[in-house]
Design a protein around this ligand. Structure first.
Ligand code: F6P
Length: 329
């Protein structure tokens, strides 16, 4: 029998908050299993910070996290809580933690979730964040859980669109998620061999970013075109109208929407979620607080959560350059 690892905390809570992402269940499972291994009790908190305010919680057992590693969504449900944005809401959430003896909270989500964790920490609660969002837009980590699955889902959908666009010699304008970040659009656009990719990080210019690329592609003999648009760049419907009006094509617009957020997580998301869940528990067990778990190259590390939130992320310039070459300018 292996010796149980020592821990600075005896009972912790785990929650998921903000937009769900495939792999969140794998992270919950890993947090629970890693904690049990150290003799730490785990409480599941439903509906993110809202559940912490209302006390919608339950003691987790090993059975609660059985057979969830392969499931999309989050078994803990998720929400964006308006009440938690107020100091009163935060006080109530902190009071729940104290009442239940929760010495640490693992919060799985995006940057809004991490800001919430920072707010909670001001009331003396130890917090650690795990990055989970399909947008991959969290500044301090190279990777966020859910991105790989969402990108593969979008690529699968667009490959299907390509077949019919090819048969009819048409143009498809496809909107992928990403209100503020173009990572998903950039990766998906490169992977499907798009004619053009539009991202929110670069101001939209129809002539430069769409018309010119379609003209060049036509000159090289192409008769079908895929334009990938991040939702935060410009509405795909608007791009379609411009293509019709100015280039005389008959485009079809598809908005992939929340399809991208569902489905079984890929191997990468399951493994990353499991590694990050393990690290989150290690950090709390070592008595650390205000940390965020990050991927740095091949390593999983932890950083100060406030410092992590303050970092500025831009699109990887090398990846962006490759996209511009592949799309022909
Ligand atoms: O943050 C993840 C994300 O999927 C964004 O890409 C998208 O803009 C947003 O969530 C959609 O949120 P909601 O679930 O509220 O429609």
């Amino acid at each position: 029998m292996e010796e149980m690892e020592k821990s600075a905390v005896r009972r912790i809570g785990v929650l998921t908050s903000g937009g769900d992402a495939p792999g969140m269940n794998a992270a919950i499972r890993s947090v629970a299993r890693s904690a049990f291994r150290r003799g730490i009790e785990v409480v599941g908190i439903r509906r993110g910070y809202a559940g912490l305010i209302s006390g919608d919680i339950f003691p987790m057992t090993s059975a609660d996290v059985s057979r969830i590693i392969n499931r999309g969504g989050t078994v803990l449900y998720t929400a964006r809580s308006d009440e938690f944005r107020s100091v009163e809401g935060q006080q109530k959430a902190a009071a729940t933690c104290k009442l239940l003896g929760l010495e640490g909270i693992v919060a799985i989500g995006g940057d809004g979730t991490f800001r919430g964790a920072c707010d909670l920490s001001k009331f003396g609660i130890s917090v650690v964040g795990i990055p989970g969002t399909i947008d991959n837009d969290i500044v301090c980590t190279d990777y966020t859980i859910g991105f790989d699955t969402a990108a593969n889902t979008a690529v699968d959908c667009i490959d299907r669109l390509r077949d019919t666009m090819q048969s009819h010699e048409r143009c498809a304008v496809v909107e992928v998620m990403g209100r503020h970040a173009g990572y998903l659009a950039l990766h998906v656009g490169v992977a499907v061999g798009a004619t053009a990719v539009l991202v929110p990080e670069y101001p939209y210019d129809f002539n430069e970013h769409v018309a010119e690329k379609i003209r060049r592609a036509r000159l090289s003999g192409k008769t079908n075109f895929i334009i990938v648009v991040a939702e935060g760049a410009v509405p795909a419907v608007f791009v379609g109208e411009q293509i019709r009006a100015e280039l005389g094509l008959d485009p079809r617009v598809t908005i992939l929407g929340h399809i991208q957020r569902g489905g079984a997580p890929t191997v990468k998301d399951r493994v990353m979620a499991t590694r990050m869940g393990y690290e989150a528990v290690r950090v709390l067990a070592e008595g650390k607080t205000n940390r965020v778990i990050c991927a740095e190259g091949d390593r999983i590390i932890d950083r100060d959560i406030a410092e992590g939130l303050a970092m500025k992320k831009t699109l990887n310039p090398e990846e962006f350059k490759v996209m511009t070459v592949m799309t022909g300018t």
